[in-house]
Design a protein around this ligand. Structure first.
Ligand SMILES: Cc1cc2nc3c(=O)[nH]c(=O)nc-3n(C[C@H](O)[C@H](O)[C@H](O)COP(=O)(O)OP(=O)(O)OC[C@H]3O[C@@H](n4cnc5c(N)ncnc54)[C@H](O)[C@@H]3O)c2cc1C
Length: 336
């Protein structure tokens, strides 16, 4: 599951002046959920640099598509947009991530800004084509030229006028969206499942708006776009030192239950579970992507680093397995 895959580039499309979509031919064995991401390896003077890119395609479509927006002075996004052409091959870790539609038959309230539309587009296409749920999308951009997927979204609205409601918010006309603006939009959909992806101030405003409207945390997911600092293509063995205490851990992952009683206090949970043969999800191994997120049911863990979980998610018991070390004798967890 975690071996790198080779993806051949079959088309490159300029979505805007600053964003390109790369359509990739994947092995048949590669499956993914709407909203998940690939971790792509990019060659550099310092060796391989890893960056996550969400799929903008939906699983029912042919091929896998990622959409990359240039970050000013950014290394990988500019390298991909400047260098990758049809016929090239990209190396990627398999799809990962928890920013996926709920199993329940729920309508979706989507908030995206800029390149944050990428996983949101995947989710919207899946929900409209594969279910009969409704979708409301609030999509913020600097100006109309910066709107990624403008034409596709217009076509989707025409195809699903009863089920898709889109509000385009342009900062050059309306200034940055404030909490009150987002609240007004969300208040029409109090029972929907909410998803947000975009720059941090935008996501914070969405979070505040939803919490002030009483959206519970289990009906609200965020995807944080960060650059990975480590290289998950190189796996370091973590070895327990002398004097480590041992904890019990039990739980379930991918429908399979497990129970172990020798989790060393100096070894991260992810490393421990993988060594026990548990098919635990992960990508960056650095507390930066959220792919290894689990929920604590009982007991305590300590995390060294956390760049993705907010205070609401922490309060709900969510933790990162790549960072979590045991801080109590007995711990019970579950994966979403
Ligand atoms: C789960 C996930 C999904 C994502 N999906 C997408 C997606 O679908 N589309 C997309 O476009 N992006 C996506 N991203 C973001 C993407 O992974 C990269 O973070 C983004 O492309 C920027 O990478 P970069 O190498 O171009 O920029 P970087 O080189 O990492 O630079 C980022 C910023 O840091 C600054 N910087 C760089 N080096 C230094 C330094 N030494 N000192 C000070 N400042 C510095 C740069 O000026 C720039 O502003 C996703 C991220 C995650 C975690």
């Amino acid at each position: 599951m975690t071996q790198p895959v080779q993806l051949r580039v079959v088309s490159v499309t300029a979505e805007t002046d600053a964003a390109k979509s790369f359509r990739l031919r994947a092995p048949e064995s590669l499956s993914y959920k709407p909203g998940q991401f690939l971790t792509i390896g990019i060659p550099s003077d310092r060796g391989m640099v890893a960056r996550c890119y969400s799929m903008s395609s939906a699983p029912h479509e042919d091929d896998v598509t990622i959409t990359v927006k240039r970050t000013p002075q950014g290394f990988a996004s500019n390298w991909l947009c400047d260098n990758v052409t049809v016929g090239d091959t990209l190396t990627a870790l398999p799809p990962s991530g928890n920013f996926v539609p709920p199993a329940q038959d729920a309508d979706l309230l989507l908030f995206a800004a800029g390149s944050g539309i990428t996983p949101v587009m995947s989710i919207a296409k899946y929900v409209l084509m594969q279910t009969d749920r409704r979708v409301a999308l609030f999509y913020a951009n600097r100006d109309s030229a910066a709107v990624i997927f403008a034409e596709q979204l217009r076509a989707m609205s025409e195809d699903h006028p009863e089920r898709l409601h889109i509000v385009h918010w342009l900062e050059e006309l309306q200034s940055l969206p404030r909490t009150a603006d987002l609240q007004r939009f969300a208040s029409v959909y109090p029972h929907y499942f909410a998803y947000t992806c975009g720059p941090e101030p935008f996501m914070n405003a969405v979070t505040d708006a939803l919490h002030s409207l009483g959206f519970p945390s289990d009906r609200f997911k965020r995807e944080v776009f960060l650059s990975l600092s480590g290289n998950p293509f190189e796996i370091d063995e973590v070895v327990s030192g002398p004097g480590a205490n041992l904890a019990r851990v039990k739980g379930s992952c991918n429908g399979a239950s497990f129970a172990f009683d020798d989790w060393p206090s100096d070894v991260p949970l992810l490393q421990y579970l993988l060594s026990k043969g548990v098919d635990a999800p992960f990508s960056c191994r650095n507390g930066e992507c959220g792919a290894c997120c689990f929920q604590l049911i009982d007991g305590t863990v300590e995390m060294e680093c956390n760049d993705v979980l907010d205070s609401y998610e922490l309060a709900e018991g969510y933790r990162l397995a790549c960072q979590a070390k045991p801080a109590s004798k007995s711990i019970t967890i579950t994966y979403a």
